[in-house]
Design a protein around this ligand. Structure first.
Ligand SMILES: Nc1ncnc2c1ncn2[C@@H]1O[C@H](COP(=O)(O)OP(=O)(O)OP(=O)(O)O)[C@@H](O)[C@H]1O
Ligand SMILES: [Mg+2]
Length: 599
């Protein structure tokens, strides 16, 4: 005789299991609660946290509130006002839809809810302990909702043990609120921790305001708008100019249809566009809003709803990549000496002076319309004015920058310093150009262009040269002979760890090419670990350009220097060398006036 052993779990147990997925730490509860407030149409969201959210998360919103019955319903699993049928999953316009956040949080905390909708005379106050409603009372309150989550994980000690320090947990909550705030410039957010203001946004509709609150005003000033519309994908957002990078992906914010997400395809497109501009192992700063038809994205991949699947990955990649690349080209920024100069000149007295700033413009508030996109904080080339702004000074800028390539044509070479730097007169001051990196950029782009056309001119070696490499070098070279070929090398495996070099790039004919080949393979060995995203073929080109370029210490004539600047002006990206180092540093007349105390 068989015994039946399978039975349904009771509701509380099921909720605790769901909580395991949805509520991993205080920040996940914060995320769910803030999303609910946004879905309720709130324009003002206040959060109070104690002990990083462990002891208390209190959230207050001025959204639509709930009726008595809805409030009771909302605490049951799979109860939601946001969808009715599975079809609605592909026409979502809310952040929530699973109907499990509130019951999950309530099952692992002491939970109370105050809520009042506009239609009700009074609000209601509900308390929940261990997932069971304990009391329901009427209460006087304005429209909206207040939720208090106390002693999170008091009944799940295992989960409690995994929590990090107060500061770390608070940091995660601030990241989450920041991400949502960036997508909602029209909502005013405030987070208070231990009585201190930890994050606040004005909610005045200015898209840069939450970014300034989250990343700081200096970074917000370096943001440039990105924009692309193509085959069912619209991209809007901001990226920081490439001199600002981060050691990890913490400042890569992506949104799909207003929802903060993590997505490999989008990240790759962004990083790929920055690849030649950012130094090794550094990541860009960006907030990218992707809009696709609701049916083209699946957000129901994971209970936390941060992973999504795009129906057409390729279109999304293309759109993000184009948006970022065209913005980088349009608004390249030349580094100026300005940040460093005051330290030298004034004995460090001005060491708190901010990064290069532009002079003020008129405040532009309002939603992200076409107009404000062109009004954003973009540093004008060579016209930096180091005025310490007032904290409320606007972040917008009246003028569009001129393309750097155009400015470069107005440079007039004055001479060479240390056989390393080209000194040029510009309409607005002085420019110092690193001759090696400038040439490197020129060569890199030539190599890329001719590779894309039909490969690079090579010169046959007669007789061919045989070289022997270390085992792992040999493996790498064998794997990459095609990319070497694309940049003019003809290298063939010869057996064992030996290779025959039959042809070299024509431009290397009078250089120590054998050593260069070894160096490049050497770099491939090191690079392959540190920079997984780097397309090796590009890396070969970068290294080739570097090896072929004039060196620091090579004397150049004025004619050669002028020619180099002309060539640089024709490159797609005259701002940074392929390794991400700046090519030009400018000293504006303004800076000189200040240094000489003429201002
Ligand atoms: N701050 C709020 N203001 C008004 N209504 C709310 C608020 N928070 C929750 N609700 C109501 O309670 C319901 C349940 O919320 P809950 O977060 O559990 O589920 P959901 O938001 O529908 O889906 P998900 O689990 O994906 O978040 C919501 O559908 C909504 O109707
Ligand atoms: Mg929800």
């Amino acid at each position: 005789m068989s015994i039946d052993r399978v039975m349904l779990l009771d509701e509380h147990t099921a909720n605790r299991i769901a909580a395991g997925e949805v509520v991993e730490r205080p920040a996940s509860a914060v995320k769910e609660l803030v999303e609910n407030a946004l879905d309720a149409g709130a324009t003002r969201i206040r959060l109070q946290l104690e002990d990083g959210g462990r002891a208390l998360i209190r959230i207050e919103d001025n959204g639509c509130g709930m009726s008595r019955n809805d409030a009771i319903m909302a605490l049951q699993r799979h109860a939601t006002s946001k969808i009715r049928t599975a079809d609605d999953l592909f026409a979502l316009n809310t952040l929530g839809f699973r109907g499990e956040a509130l019951p999950s949080i309530a099952s692992v905390s002491h939970f109370s809810l105050f809520t009042r909708s506009e239609e009700e005379e009074a609000g209601i106050h509900l308390t929940v302990h261990s997932g069971e409603i304990e009391s329901i009372n009427e209460t006087a309150m304005p429209c909206g909702t207040v939720i208090m989550v106390e002693e999170l994980f008091y009944n799940t000690p295992a989960r409690m043990k995994f929590l990090k320090s107060t500061a770390a947990e608070l940091g995660r909550s601030l990241d989450i609120v920041g991400q949502l705030a960036v997508a909602h410039p029209e909502v005013s957010f405030q987070v208070v921790h231990r009585g201190q203001d930890a994050l606040s946004t004005p909610g005045n509709g200015d898209s840069l305001a939450p970014l300034a609150a989250v990343w700081g005003r200096d970074t917000a000033r370096k943001l440039i708008p990105v924009e692309f519309d193509g085959s069912g994908v619209m991209v809007r957002g901001f990226i920081a100019t490439p001199e600002i990078t981060r050691p990890g992906r913490s400042h890569e914010l992506f949104y799909v249809n207003g929802r903060p997400i993590k997505n490999r395809v989008a990240s790759h497109a962004l990083e790929d566009a920055f690849r030649a501009l950012t130094p090794e192992s550094r990541y860009p700063v960006a907030a990218i809003f992707i809009t696709v038809p609701a049916g083209d994205v699946d957000v129901n991949v994971h209970p936390t709803k941060t992973e999504v699947k795009f129906v057409r990955d390729g279109d999304v990649h293309h759109a993000v990549s184009q948006a970022v690349k065209s913005a980088l080209l349009k608004y390249g920024i030349v580094p100026t000496v300005q940040a460093a100069v005051p330290d030298v000149a004034f004995g460090g007295a001005a060491s708190h002076s901010p990064l290069p700033l532009f002079s003020g413009g008129s405040t532009r508030h309002g939603s992200m319309d076409a107009n404000s996109w062109s009004q954003l904080g973009v540093e004008r080339l060579e016209t930096n004015v180091a005025i310490q702004p007032r904290a409320d000074e606007p972040l917008s800028l009246p003028e569009e920058p001129r393309p750097f390539a155009e400015l470069l044509r107005e440079y007039q070479v004055l001479g060479q310093l240390q056989d390393t730097y080209i000194i040029a007169k510009t309409p607005r001051g002085l420019a110092v150009i690193d001759q090696h990196v400038a040439h490197e950029r020129v060569l890199y782009e030539r190599l890329t262009v001719s590779r894309n056309r039909n490969g690079i001119a090579s010169q046959l070696l007669n007789p061919p040269v045989t070289i022997t490499l270390e085992r792992r070098e040999a493996l790498l070279l064998a794997e990459h002979t095609h990319s070497f070929k694309a940049s003019g090398w003809e290298v063939e495996k010869f057996g064992g760890d030996s290779f025959v070099v039959r042809a070299i790039p024509a431009s290397l004919s009078n250089k120590p090419y054998e050593q260069m080949l070894r160096d490049m393979v050497d770099e491939l060995v090191n690079q392959s670990i540190t920079r997984r995203l780097l397309v090796q073929q590009d890396h070969v080109l970068i290294t080739n350009a570097c090896k072929m370029a004039v060196k620091a210490g090579d004397p150049l004539t004025v004619g050669e220097m002028t020619e180099l600047l002309q060539q640089l002006a024709e490159t797609e990206n005259p701002y940074l060398c392929p390794h991400g180092r700046p090519i030009v540093v400018t000293i504006g007349l303004n800076d000189l006036e200040k240094l000489f105390k003429r201002a």
